[in-house]
Design a protein around this ligand. Sequence first.
Ligand SMILES: [Zn+2]
Length: 119
Amino acid sequence: MTEFDDLERMLHARRTELMLRRGELDQAVAGLGALRDANNDDEHDPDGAPVSGEWSRLTGIRHDTESELAATDAALDRISAGTFGVCASCGRPIAPARLTARPTATLCIACAERAGRRP
Ligand SMILES: [Zn+2]
């Protein structure tokens, strides 16, 4: 039991959700790949463009899902390691309200704002 129990549960739930979504996206991307391969012989395939548009859209979402999954795993690792809620830049505690809104945050508000302003 730690002070981050609620956030840990939230992160685990999010992780399960992301894993499921990644599996679905993998299947959808594989399905599109098969469709694209099947259509390879047809130069005048009217579905060629929509398939590649859908392909970019799905692989984009898959990439975002993957990044969020990595951030979620990293947050869970920090909870186990006891470094969760500590700013990676200045070492000060991250405000609880910020962690509740964004459990994967690695920077306190001040450092995140500074980083955001950097050109
Ligand atoms: Zn900071």
